[in-house]
Design a protein around this ligand. Structure first.
Ligand code: FAD
Length: 530
């Protein structure tokens, strides 16, 4: 009988073991800020592989349950969640995972600080990053569109950005109905005026509502008599429960039985006269709600990269302790090359996602130039769609790198793939966002500022001897050619390739500027092959 037992992979402090993140922050933050952020992330890097990961595991193994009735037959629609899920909520508040973005201690670099934390937090959090994303998106929406004289709106913003676990709120976003999530213009939820102070009653059904235990949600509905289509929709703030904890005009029909994100409650809801406040005025709701999506899409991109980083860290750790054919996996050239390929994909995505993080920080602090605003509009959907697709590829390959263990539930590895698979679907599917890239190009002229910026930076990199300047210029010329296509069907059919091209160029340029040594060259080559 064999007495061999495989040593499991061990994670190290998630921040200390991530030289890319540390070097990136060193370049981006002034010395005094760096000292503070570095100290905080070092502490947090330990916490995310310790108690936060344990809470995430607990939440994953004890998924939420819908309790429709109390023991006496009264309809209550409770959602039971584990202690682990609740602890993740408390930790999110204490760590300021949303608050940092609004305290703006480091001005336009605050989003960088916040997203560096999210990147470390997400892979341990059993997707608690989802309620945080929606809470942050709601806070930004209220900041832009909320009426500061409306006490309830002010209170909601304060809750969403609180560091006090007792006061902290997260938010849902209820957009998708049975008729569609990509095309919400068919929304059939009706808003009936309840009083003259902007209060309405909502009736309709919402087909996907994640984080249904959140205290509030932003949702789309059509005010009675408003025109059909997206322009006839308005945005409403719903507070889910009254002071006794009872749902206000809302029924939970059931929780979704999902491939992944199993700790996250995602429900189907019926709104039956749910009280709601109009926010941002009547109509044009689909355009206005983009303010929320811009934030949740940045979260999606950063979560995708954080997930890749964690998966690769696990695969590397395993490759150092697993032996096959007399050698550690890491010493087999082909296995090592496979892992390096994943590392290169992850790096490219890192630079792409954090480029958007830097731009959104500038936009929110009013320091972005017009060209930067245009680039933000272009790169937000690009970063979301590209990093999400890469996250699925990387997670799948990491399971492969574990052999049979990668397929076995109690290693907790299959979750990496399940949870990655949602990233290309929610917050806008890959094709729908690719078409959004075209909209950004056609309606806001977002391509030229990006192209000019890339061309300038490539010229500067050429001066420093960057070997990949020429291939990147070639790629830039290809996407410029696609942008000039006139045939509408060809443009639509090529939208994904165009978005992927913009993503690869942006990410590879970040890699090129960051370091110009031979290892970096090799990484760029690998990333561009991906
Ligand atoms: C786990 C999970 C949680 C979710 N949570 C929420 C939530 O909290 N709130 C919420 O509002 N929604 C939520 N959603 C819903 C999600 O946002 C939608 O499923 C998504 O937007 C897609 O919409 P759909 O399902 O209607 O697919 P469809 O819109 O029917 O799309 C189906 C396919 O057609 C493609 N497609 C659609 N239009 C075009 C086009 N013009 N050209 C080319 N291809 C096209 C899409 O890319 C997709 O591949 C959640 C979904 C999941 C899986």
């Amino acid at each position: 009988m064999s007495d061999f037992y495989q040593q499991p992979p061990r994670l190290e402090n998630a921040y200390d073991s991530d030289p890319l993140l540390r070097a990136f922050l060193e370049r981006r933050l002034p010395a005094d800020e760096l000292v503070e952020v570095d100290r905080e992330l070092h502490r947090f890097g330990e916490r995310v592989i310790g108690e936060i990961a344990r809470w995430g595991d607990e939440a994953e193994s004890q998924p939420p349950r819908h309790i429709p009735y109390d023991p006496w037959g009264r309809r209550v629609d409770d959602i039971w969640v584990s202690d682990g899920w609740r602890a993740l909520d408390r930790a999110s508040a204490e760590e300021g995972l949303v608050a940092i973005g609004y305290e703006r201690r480091y001005g336009e670099r605050s989003r960088l600080h916040q997203m560096a934390k999210l990147y470390l937090f997400h892979p341990s959090s059993a997707t608690y990053s989802c309620p945080l994303a929606m809470g942050d998106g709601a806070a930004r929406f209220l900041e832009v569109y909320g009426d500061r004289n409306d006490e309830r709106v002010r209170a909601a913003f304060t809750h969403l950005t609180s560091r006090d676990p007792a006061d902290f709120w997260t938010a849902g976003q209820w957009m998708t109905e049975r008729s569609g999530g990509s095309d919400v213009s068919q929304t059939s939820t009706i808003a009936r005026r309840d009083d003259a102070n902007g209060c309405f009653r909502l009736s309709g059904t919402k087909w996907f509502t994640s984080a249904t235990t959140s205290q509030m949600a932003l949702t789309l509905a059509r005010i009675e008599g408003a025109p059909a289509g997206g322009r006839g929709l308005s945005v409403f703030l719903v507070e889910l429960r009254d002071a006794t904890g009872a749902l206000r005009g809302i029924r939970i029909n059931r929780l979704k039985d999902k491939l992944g994100t199993r700790a996250l409650p995602t429900a189907e809801l019926t709104l039956d006269g749910a009280p709601a406040r109009l926010v941002g005025g009547e109509g044009d709701g689909v355009r206005k709600i983009a303010t929320l999506f811009n934030v949740t899409r940045v979260y999606n991109a950063v979560a995708a990269v954080g997930g890749m980083r964690r998966a690769i860290a696990l695969a590397n750790a395993y490759a150092r302790v697993r032996v096959a054919f007399g050698e550690r996996l890491i010493d087999h050239p082909l296995h090592r090359a496979t892992l390096l390929d994943l590392e290169a994909r992850c790096r490219l995505c890192f630079f792409l996602a954090f480029r958007v993080v830097e731009l959104i920080g500038k936009e929110e602090c009013g320091t972005a130039t017009d060209a930067e605003l245009a680039m933000l509009r272009l790169l937000t959907p690009v970063a979301k769609l590209y990093t999400a697709k890469q996250a699925v590829i990387v997670a799948s390959e990491v399971l492969d790198a574990f052999g049979g263990a990668g397929y076995i539930e109690d290693t907790r590895l299959p979750r990496l793939l399940r949870d990655a698979q949602v990233l290309p679907i929610w917050e806008g599917t890959t094709n729908v966002l690719s078409l959004d890239v075209w909209r950004a190009i056609e309606r806001t002229g977002a391509f030229e500022p990006w192209r000019d910026d890339v061309a300038d930076r490539l010229e500067r990199a050429r001066g420093k001897g960057g070997r990949h300047v020429t291939p990147l210029l070639g790629m830039l010329s290809d996407v410029t050619h696609t942008v000039k296509l006139e045939d509408a069907a060809l443009r639509a059919a090529g939208a994904r390739e165009l978005a992927f091209g913009i993503a690869r160029i942006t990410g590879a340029l970040g890699m090129l500027e960051f370091s110009a040594d031979a290892a970096a060259d090799e990484n760029i080559e690998r990333a561009l092959r991906g």
